[in-house]
Design a protein around this ligand. Structure first.
Ligand code: ZN
Length: 384
């Protein structure tokens, strides 16, 4: 199947986070029938990661691993989320760009590799994971699955640019508990909203770390105040307030150290002002302790590696110039591959990532075809 037909098929299988099973089972069969060795791994109840490999002559670990996530965000207000619509060289549908396009490009490159009948020198692998859009249970399971590779490509959309790193992200909630009183006698209460404002200002004033990425420039950690909830009525001293922050981490920062610093500042404020304030890792969709404890960490590719040179060559063979390198302010699951598995990884995939999660999500089909050929080049250059 062409990558275009392939991605249409993948979009037609609804795999909104939590319901990835049907897609996992489909992919396992799709890869097995083309000649791969495959397995399903239950990463969460009735939700499966899918692994496929084309065995190489060498018995070593795979020379190249493609990583993609099976889940998508909900359909929200999309016109036709699961019946893809093709228009002006674009394919509209939920998951088209995020990131069934990347997976379709891998399937086509694998099929093409097998069609030659030639056994590659090194094994080529694909891992499809669940739950990327929420608690990352799929990529959290990679260590337990025993996933290994010399090098990995995360197939999330990059517009065919080469992603060499990502920031980490920490959802922090500050909970402030004060004491209610009648609004006519505020001196009898302890105002949690006022304390929350003080704490917010204190945190926003902190100088955040800077990291220099060779050739790309300066990155800085960031802190966004996303949401404040507090108080009960205009004429009551507010006795509770919660404030949500999104703290983005640069390479070298750890969730543990940042949380420790925030907790210390908040504790100091509490002691000085006789009010109870506490900081915690919290996100509305995170109920699973392991992800709260681990967090989503920054990651950086070793760009001096021979594999990165081959990836650049694979791109250039098809496109003629480039690829442009970038470091994303966003978060990518290359974090798990680099930080937990020790696999040097890049991000490279078809489509415009600014369309992810939008109601007009669509995939540029020319990029999809190009990407599939670049993946095939990567396979040939890295696995022989
Ligand atoms: Zn994605």
């Amino acid at each position: 199947m062409s990558p275009v037909e392939e991605v249409k098929k993948l979009i037609s299988i609804n795999s909104v986070t939590g319901s990835e099973k049907v897609l996992g089972v489909y992919l396992e069969e799709r890869f097995r029938k083309m000649g791969c060795e495959t397995r399903l791994f239950e990463a969460d109840e009735n939700r499966f990661n899918v692994y496929a490999e084309i065995k190489g002559r060498s018995l070593d670990i795979p020379g190249l691993l493609f990583h993609g996530h099976l889940d998508t965000v909900a359909a929200h207000g999309m016109e036709s989320p699961f019946i893809p619509i093709e228009k002006d060289g674009k394919l509209y549908g939920r998951g088209s760009v995020d990131q069934k396009g990347g997976i379709a490009a891998v399937i086509s490159a694998f099929e093409e590799t097998l069609r030659t009948g030639k056994i590659p020198g090194k094994t080529i692998a694909f891992i499809g994971v669940i739950d990327e859009e929420s608690e990352h249970r799929g990529s959290m399971a990679l260590e337990n699955m025993g996933i290994k590779a010399e090098f990995a490509v995360v197939t999330e959309p990059t517009g065919l640019r080469l992603g060499i790193g990502c920031k980490g992200t920490m959802p922090i909630r500050i909970n402030v508990t004060g004491q209610a009183a009648h609004g006519c006698r505020p001196w009898l209460g302890r105002n949690a909203v006022v304390a929350g404002m003080d704490i917010t200002q204190m945190l926003m004033k902190e100088e955040l770390p800077v990291f220099e990425v060779e050739g790309l420039g300066r990155l800085q950690g960031s802190l966004n105040l996303g949401k404040i909830d507090g108080g009960r009525a205009y004429n009551i001293v507010a006795d509770r307030c919660s404030i949500w922050f999104d703290r983005r981490l640069v390479p070298g920062e750890s969730q543990l150290a940042v949380l420790k610093r925030v907790k210390a500042l908040v504790a100091e404020y509490s002691a000085q002002n006789g009010i109870l304030a506490e900081a915690e890792i919290a996100r509305p969709d995170w109920n699973w302790e392991p992800i709260k404890a681990r967090g989503l960490l920054p990651a950086l590719t070793d760009v001096s590696s021979a594999e990165v040179d081959e990836v650049k060559k694979a791109h250039k063979m098809e496109i003629g110039s480039g690829p442009e390198l970038f470091f994303t302010d966003g978060y990518q699951e290359m974090d798990f591959l680099i930080n937990d598995l020790g696999i040097n990884s890049v991000q490279y995939g078809p489509g415009d990532s600014s369309l992810c999660h939008t109601d007009s999500e669509n995939l540029d089909l020319e990029q999809l075809e190009l990407c599939s050929r670049v993946y095939l080049n990567m396979i040939r250059l890295l696995c022989g």
